[in-house]
Design a protein. Structure first.
Length: 146
């Protein structure tokens, strides 16, 4: 029970890190950002990536080692939907992370942000907004689980 509580707590903390970083990135991104903004967004992006990895690790621990039996999740199509959406957020972050990594040490006073980067950030935030609802439904047994 203690291991479950610790794993669940760390998973939630990591999720909050993902949410906070993605909100900050979406709030701070503009079509033209300053050198200082580029440096700060690169730092926030690093925090986002670390939080995303910790969320994934925490989720795997909860899925396979503590809590409900793994079949509860594996046999639930909503859980598979949640995994697909989480993976999509990760894949989209590869493109945005590449942009932020390139500009973490800017050589110009201002940097033009391509529209696809802004759209990908907005899309990640939109997908992320759906995940808590799916998680809530899964914990209530909605789907084909127990």
């Amino acid at each position: 029970m203690l291991l479950y509580t610790i794993a669940r707590y760390l998973h939630f903390i990591a999720i909050f890190g993902v949410i906070a970083a993605l909100i900050i990135k979406n709030t701070a991104i503009k079509t033209l950002i300053s050198e200082e903004d580029a440096i700060n967004l690169a730092k926030v992006n690093l925090f986002f990536n670390l939080s995303l990895i910790l969320t994934c690790i925490g989720g795997l621990v909860l899925w396979f080692w503590v809590g409900r039996p793994s079949n509860f999740y594996t046999q639930n199509p909503l859980f598979m939907t949640k995994l697909i959406l989480f993976t999509l957020i990760f894949l989209l972050s590869l493109f945005t992370s590449n942009f932020f990594r390139k500009h973490r040490e800017p050589k110009k006073e201002s940097i033009e942000v391509p529209k696809p980067i802004v759209l990908l950030l907005r899309l990640q935030l939109t997908i992320l907004a759906v995940l808590p609802l799916i998680a809530f439904l899964i914990t209530r047994g909605v789907g084909f689980g127990y």
